[in-house]
Every structure is written in structure tokens, then in C-alpha cells.
Design a protein. Structure first.
Length: 90
């Protein structure tokens, strides 16, 4: 029975080392596409906050409570569109 426990512990240790290596690689080499999406989202949020702070009369409707659902809808639509486009390309 002790041998089975040792074998199980060794297997768990090996899996943990493999997962740690994969996680390290994912963190140190992120996909360029993900960086571009995150960068675009940060720029968009910066523009929204800047416009909100300018207090322009014609932008009174622009607030985060209104914009957040719109951004979620657009993001979801883009994800679905990319998925459908990818299925057609294969």
C-alpha cells in the first residue's frame, strides 16, 4: 500500500510541475492577439472616461452605467462573429 501512495504522490508532483511550466510559459509569452485586445479595451475606456470628465453637453447621455451593457453586447457579438467566421474558414 505504501508503494501505491508513493506512486500517486509522484504522479501528482509530476502533474503539478507540468502545470507550473505551462502557466509560466503562458504568463511570460502571452498571445499577441490578447495583448492587442486588452490594449484596445484600455484605450476605449480611457477615451470614455476622458469624454465623461470633459462635461460636454452633447455627451450627457454618456455614462458608465449606459456604456457598460453596450460594450458587453458589442464584445459578445464580436466573439460570436469571430467564432462563426472561423468555422467557415476551416
Amino acid at each position: 500500500m505504501g508503494e501505491n501512495v508513493q506512486a500517486g504522490a509522484d504522479e501528482i508532483g509530476e502533474r503539478a510541475r507540468t502545470m507550473a511550466g505551462e502557466l509560466r510559459e503562458a504568463v511570460t509569452r502571452p498571445k499577441p492577439q490578447a495583448a492587442a485586445i486588452i490594449g484596445a479595451a484600455l484605450i476605449l475606456l480611457g477615451v470614455v472616461f476622458l469624454l465623461d470628465n470633459l462635461n460636454l453637453q452633447w455627451l450627457n447621455w454618456l455614462d458608465f452605467d449606459t456604456l457598460w451593457p453596450v460594450l458587453l453586447i458589442i464584445g459578445g457579438g464580436l466573439l460570436i462573429w469571430r467564432r462563426l467566421k472561423g468555422d467557415r474558414d476551416e
